[in-house]
Design a protein around this ligand. Structure first.
Ligand code: MN
Length: 315
């Protein structure tokens, strides 16, 4: 029985199997975008793939040089609802400030996790004198029963790091083998950074209940013999207990996975909602400066303004 994540545009069901039962990998291109003046490559969402588990947004930021006089990352106050923002820092330093009063720099090897739940607002800006910036920013949709949870912020300064053959794995959320990340999650989820400096072939254990995606961050990697490079995203589907990863030279990749999210979500601008009424209410409250989203004193830039919602023109 195949199921989809509820998106009629999905090119492949989550099982991604050919008729003879072999894995079929969905090859997706990332899309160039811009966040606060820094070039990013967006892997999720896209028309052909909205979600991987509860992961509903995946931006690969850099790697880019921060030349003097070039734009630095600077994102003014903006709101979030019903999701977690998840930042994995590889090079450089970013300062997070939010409406709970938290100020937290994030440095290489660390994760910042903001659980928006009922509502929060935050800013992000490059700090320090690092000459390069390289990060991944992801969003995790909260399941319906947790969508209104109390907002909170968690910083993970250290995460489990271990060898998988010639790969160095950093477990960002969830578990792998006997390792468990401390990261707060509301649905079965995993995220793992894989780095290598020489040719290697490793078999990674997978959870058949999870669907997975692999994003090359530097260099390229072959999944079950199919090569993927920076600018591509490999959707691996679910129902598999292992993947064979072939790498060479120097590189790194991000593996994300999770149990397919139940039910429909709406993702628009910085909000996750479960129906349009929720989205409209969040938008109106942000525009009105409602206390739901709090306040950030002396923010790095102006409050972000939502574009007109796509459904407004249908009214
Ligand atoms: Mn944000």
């Amino acid at each position: 029985m195949t199921t989809t994540t509820g998106n009629p545009d999905c090119a492949l069901p989550t099982d991604c199997r050919s008729l003879d039962g072999r894995r079929e990998i969905q090859r997706l291109a990332t899309r160039g975008s811009d966040v606060g003046g820094i070039p990013v490559a967006r892997a999720l969402p896209q028309k052909a793939r909205r979600l991987v588990g509860a992961w509903c947004f995946l931006d690969h930021i850099g790697p880019t040089r921060l030349e003097p006089g070039m734009p630095r990352l600077k994102v003014g106050p903006h709101p979030h609802t019903s999701l977690q923002t998840f930042t994995w820092m590889m090079e450089g330093e970013i300062l997070h400030r939010d409406s709970l009063g938290i100020e937290q720099p994030i440095r290489p090897g660390q994760v910042n996790l903001m659980t928006a739940g009922h509502g929060i607002s935050h800013t992000e800006e490059s700090i320090g004198d690092a000459e390069r910036l390289h990060a991944a920013q992801l969003w995790i949709a909260l399941p319906r029963e947790h969508r209104d949870t109390t907002p909170r912020f968690d910083h993970y300064a250290e995460l489990p790091e271990f060898g998988l053959g010639a790969l160095t794995a950093t477990l960002l959320v969830g578990h792998h083998g006997g390792h468990q990340a401390p990261t707060l999650s509301f649905s079965p989820l995993m995220g793992m950074d894989l780095a290598w400096r020489r040719r290697s072939r490793e078999t990674l254990a997978l959870d058949p209940a999870f669907e997975y995606g692999l994003l090359p961050l530097e260099g390229d990697a072959a999944v079950d013999g199919e090569r993927f490079t920076v600018g591509e995203f490999a959707y691996l589907g679910r129902g598999h207990d292992a993947l064979a990863l072939d790498v060479e030279g120097e590189g790194r990749a991000l593996l994300v996975g999770g149990v397919p999210l139940e039910g429909e979500i709406i993702l628009w601008w910085n909000f996750v909602g479960h129906d349009r009424t929720e989205m409209e209410q969040a938008l109106r409250q942000w525009e009105a400066g409602d206390p739901r989203f709090g306040d950030i004193p002396n923010p790095v830039g102006p409050r972000l303004v939502a574009p007109p919602p796509p459904w407004a023109s249908q009214a």
